[in-house]
Design a protein around this ligand. Sequence first.
Ligand code: ZN
Length: 594
Amino acid sequence: MASHPLITRAVYAVAILLFGVVTLVAASQGQPQGSTQGATQVGGQGEARGQGRGAQPAPPMPVFPAAISADVLRGQYGAYRANNDLLYYHLDVRVDPEAKTIGGKNTIRFKMLKDDTRIQLDLFANLNVDKILFLGSVGASGSTGVSGSAPLVYYRQLNTVFVEFPQTLKTGQTYAIDFYYSGTPLQSGRFGGFTFGTDPQGRPWIYTACEGQGAASWWPNKDQWRDEVESMEISVAIPNGLTDVSNGKFIGKTDLGDGYTRWDWMVQYPINNYSVSVNIGNYVHYSEQLGDMPMDFYTLPDDQARAKPQFAQAKGMLQAYAKYFGEYPFKKDGYKLIQVPYSGMEHQSAVTYGNRFANGYLERDWTGVGVSPKFDFIIIHESAHEYFGNAVSAADVSDMWIHEGWATYLESLYVEYTFGYGDMLKYTNGYKTKVANQTPIIAPRGIHREPPQDMYFKGALFINTLRSIVNDDTKWFKLLYDMFQKFKYQNVMTEDIIAFFNAQTGKNLTPIFDQYLRHAALPTLDLKFDDAAKTVSYRWRVDEPGFNMPIKVGKAGAWQIIQPTTEWKSMPTAFTRDSFEVATDLYFVNVSKQ
Ligand SMILES: [Zn+2]
């Protein structure tokens, strides 16, 4: 997503509010005494929806562990997430703009990594679980090999749904369930989560943007970052005359004969949950080709003429990113830009756009140095996430700089490719005014804690610093290309990226990564001059004891590289305290001269 001009924690506020107001029901009929904790809602067979309760005794209820905190439920890759590997979703829903409801099912196919009888899924507490059906084990053909399906027992705790299986699911076996749900999603978060809106003509305009609060705010899934399905089908039934644009390749639409039409989309790559989206409106469509890849553009009818010249930037942008990182990573699904009323979001292969068809960011000069008015910030930034965020994804939200720091750095690369090195340096250094240095970029893990805004700007300035450390552009661009190719379609952590950089450069860059990402403070280069003796003493003042970053000093254009450590060193210099320069546009550091 695009960084907010003001640091906001709206997502958390909403989450806290939500957890605070949920009424938790203790037990359903037929439940043995003491088998669950108070903060758990039980459904499924015990409730015997349509199954003729009383016809046969309900099976014994499994014992559920003590209540888990909301942070941990949401963020931890706990035992009932780690015991399975997602393979496939088919989200098949009907959206009613008048009633403002969504309902349907998600078919979830997963492989067990461990023998177990329970898995953890997520659906916000305000949405109904209608039923969860066990489709049995899935054979090689994809069929379940069982006829019929059995309703499963489930437990709800806050926004989590623990699904219980009547038999042990076996390691290595693939299973499937149909998770039926319905309700009215809460509007929440910065971009609304799931919004039933209207366009300027008063027609329905319904859209999702749920990074932060999570996809479980509007559909049931395993809502975490580490595990992604390999592929996904999205079917959205909407009133005739409207268009749904979702992720992936458009498969077709079917008139359901009841005033609704179902739009089917196929995602042929791994996809993170928050990227899954519906965009429903009175869209008109045009397309272009980039080589053999289709590029599809969806706008409201009145805006198409304004959109066309602006959206033309998408082609050059994809060419720029392809030069640095290789082919667009979701080629089979194509590239789409879709008009929405909020600023924009990186939905995989279906980037949403609301930047007023103007350059800059919401008609402002984004880094304040005259470069961003030359391009459309939202097209460039949100599409950069196709590479970092969607193709290379972080495995925990704590390491979200892998999405935002890198996407911000890709803006710099786009500027370098399109407008030249000088503009790139200006643009990148323009970010310095947005850096706070108050909190480390990497947030605590396992509790779905979003990092501070420094993950964008300090993240990009750090990557630009790494380029100066490598100090060989041929090597640097090969490193970038190789890193993307190695990690694409994977969910990785910072440690994976550090290990890659260390291996490729033959250097121990870990203390440098750690200082920039795991500490709040910037490195400070301490300089002490003895003008009479014509010497300068230098050292790094940092939190990481092993920090030993090289840096260019002396005079611009004739830089000398020194290797300060945290211990004082001294060298002769021809420059005085005032004339001694440090390449602070190439390295993001503080300088203290004494
Ligand atoms: Zn972003």
